[in-house]
Design a protein around this ligand. Sequence first.
Ligand SMILES: C[C@@](CO)(OP(=O)(O)O)[C@H](O)COP(=O)(O)OP(=O)(O)OC[C@H]1O[C@@H](n2ccc(N)nc2=O)[C@H](O)[C@@H]1O
Ligand SMILES: Nc1ncnc2c1ncn2[C@@H]1O[C@H](COP(=O)(O)OP(=O)(O)O)[C@@H](O)[C@H]1O
Length: 320
Amino acid sequence: MLAVVPPPVTVRVPAKVNLHLAVGDVRPDGYHDLVTIFQALSLVDEVTVAVADEPGVEVHGEGADQVPTGASNLAWRAVRLLAAHVGKDPDDPKVRVVIRKAIPVAGGMAGGSADAAATLVGLSSLWRLEISRDELAELAGKLGADVPFALYGATALGTGRGERIVPVLGRHQFHWVLAFDRRGLSTPDVFDELDRLRAEGDPPRVGAVEAVLEGLSSGDPRQLALLLGNDLQAAAVSLRPNLRRTLRAGVDAGALAGIVSGSGPTTAFLCEDGDTAVRVAAELAGAGVCRTVRVAHGPVPGARVVTTEEPKPIPPEVHA
Ligand SMILES: C[C@@](CO)(OP(=O)(O)O)[C@H](O)COP(=O)(O)OP(=O)(O)OC[C@H]1O[C@@H](n2ccc(N)nc2=O)[C@H](O)[C@@H]1O
Ligand SMILES: Nc1ncnc2c1ncn2[C@@H]1O[C@H](COP(=O)(O)OP(=O)(O)O)[C@@H](O)[C@H]1O
């Protein structure tokens, strides 16, 4: 009898921005305690998993040449971890992973984490596993602090290393402009730089998270704009002084506020509405302060299987 090979599964997974990122002291395990609010944005990677005799990872699209395709690829680490968890051979999982990237690599938007989360969701479907999202989140936390959030998406409060996720309810959409920098920044380097700045002085710290939660539930982008904050911003700007100009240019172009996304160097600008975002994007692209500008909205859902009929939303892109 012929074995039936299941069809490939494609998963769409969002980038994130941290609306609020409070960084505590460094812990004995080298991580920092965080209190953060993640929002998933309509800038998505697509990950296809398929049964294959030639296992491995292929990467296409935004920044593909900077992504490792071997054992260190986060999506491949997800394959091995899930295979071992369900009793398959992690050294011979007979799976091929094809990643189509739109999320900037090492951009502070958790693109690698997103690909890992998408791989967990895709393989659960391909291998017909009876596994809950919470069980996947447990595995996801072993791959990286940001991976569980990419499973859930929407807006969420993250604590611990950022891997403990509680959903934040809200039905309001917010409109963003994203400016990609010319090169990525290493997350550990940015945390190290913050430790250095704190040892030398007193870089700014964000306020209370409760105010941001209230701003979110008001649905008023003007209120939320006043509350956005990121403790890593001073460190990212210290390593990339050009980000100061980019942040100023976005606000000059009409955004309500601009922040560094996570560890950077992507900058994210909150706008009054969708039309304003398109105008701000065009002006920012012309200002010559970044490599690429994208428009996005959030919150959007986390990693989910898509059918082939579903068209991929391509946000307007303007090259500077
Ligand atoms: C800063 C944040 C904010 O959401 O996002 P990015 O800017 O990377 O997207 C995250 O905390 C990044 O999460 P993620 O990129 O998954 O981090 P991991 O791979 O787990 O850790 C990479 C390294 O970052 C540092 N790290 C990360 C998380 C944390 N809470 N404290 C840390 O000090 C550690 O040096 C760690 O070795
Ligand atoms: N699937 C992947 N996509 C992107 N980067 C990956 C992937 N797997 C491993 N990496 C590595 O992880 C590093 C962090 O990438 P990424 O998750 O895009 O950024 P950030 O942590 O700033 O959000 C990159 O420098 C890259 O070499």
